[in-house]
Design a protein around this ligand. Sequence first.
Ligand code: ADP
Length: 539
Amino acid sequence: MINKQEDNLQTYNWQAETLPGTDTILDVFQILHRNISHVFWIFDLIKQQYLYISPSVFKLRGLTVEEAMKETMAQSLYKDDYNFIMNHLQPRISHFENGDDSMKSMTGEYRHPHKDGHLVWVEISSTLIKNDQGKVDRIIGISREITRKKSERQLQRDTQSLFETVFNFTGIGIALINEDGSFVNVNKGFCKMIGYPRGYVMEKSFFNFVVPGDIECIHEIFDTTHHAKNFEKQSEIRLINIHGQIIWGLINITGVKSLKENRMRWVIQIQETTERKKAEETIKLLNTDLQLKNREMEQLVYVTSHDLRSPLVNIKGFSGELMVSFSQLTRILAEIAPEEKQNIIQQLFNEINESFDYIYASVKKMDRLLRGLLDFSRLGKQIKAPSMLNMNQIVADVIKINEFQIKNQGISITTHKLPDCWGSEDLINQVFSNLLGNSVKYLEKNRPGKITISGRTDGNYSVYCIEDNGVGINPRFHDKIFELFYRLNPERNEGDGLGLPTVKKIMELSSGKIELDSSEGKGTRFFIYLPNKEKADRG
Ligand code: ADP
């Protein structure tokens, strides 16, 4: 066996020592010297040169033994590492020579330059060798390549620091807790969320920061995860911050079973949702308010349109009676009045008659408007249950109703094959009546009218297009025309301004929508989107 006490290689009897088996120590050394990837070397401190370098230097540094042997120690090491070694070598030798044996062997990480210029990280174990006078004159060393280990360690360090950065600077609160709620670790995000410093949080239990009513919910999650190896669950809970305010958080709990310690731990991630929750609450309140206002509004429209019609009926009835009485009166007057008064009586009769005509026309219009408003307010109240509708049939019926006008005005109508849709027949019929009626009504007087009705399927919708080559609508009014009683150029055509608001309301009731594409003088295209199956998503 190699005598571990013996330092001086030269005095060692290599040949004589044998190992169990047949190899001598020298044989073993030679095998190692040729085959091992570590580089053995001996450096003579007196001559300042290498006495020996094993052939593996070629593998380590790309140098032949001859090339490596010619190098000085400074050439064989990276500059900074050489300076470091030199600063420490002399004191180390002195201490060792003075009897401090701990200085004899040392290990450190240094860099050798490779022949192709890059640096090779090595772990060098060096041993100081004394001569007969007790003075250190040689160093024996082994250089072991650690470049890979080094880069793995660096990668590990980089990954860890990346993880720490993410852990601490993510906007999400993260805590690793034990079964009893005590913290194993907690990040800055969590501490910021609740407003307490990390040191304070670490001493508490996670449950100290949870609204008591929500603790049970967390325990339930823990219980269900307890027997699973890895488990993840989401829930919304409330925390209490340093000011005693409630913080809403979307919590994600992952149970991790440590097989080594045979215990459960939980990684808790919390994303604050207080603002969203507040916004949701506000929207909920506003929605309720809106629904209330809507109902009030509908009620108001219904009551006014309904109640205003009865005095109107009176005005209509009594003005009719007045007219009859007045014509009787005029007849009597004509009989008994002197000749010279006959002209003035006739003039008065004409004026009063004209006033009656105005009253009658206004009453009629008001009656029509109130009836329209009443119908509008009742829209959707008593509708036929929705079903799949054969739109080819519905459109054909609508065209038939307008047939007289279409023929009379020489309008050419083209209808393409239309897809079915889901809706209430009466309402959808009304939509197409209003739109086709408008297309006919708003044609240009001085060019032949052309109307085309087509349809296609677009995802969950059937889309219908009613196109005319009429007067068109300036894009500035594309929104306005859907307002109650709004009419463009009322002097040009008859109408009440209720057609398009009615269509719009029906579309809302039918989970559909209406769009238009139109420009003045060129014509208009209305697009109707209706669900093509029972439950289409709104698009
Ligand atoms: P009304 O036809 O009774 O006036 P609507 O609500 O149906 O009321 O339409 C509102 C306004 O939109 C109309 O006054 C008209 O100016 C315009 N409009 C509607 N359809 C068309 C169309 N196809 N072409 C041109 N203008 C139209």
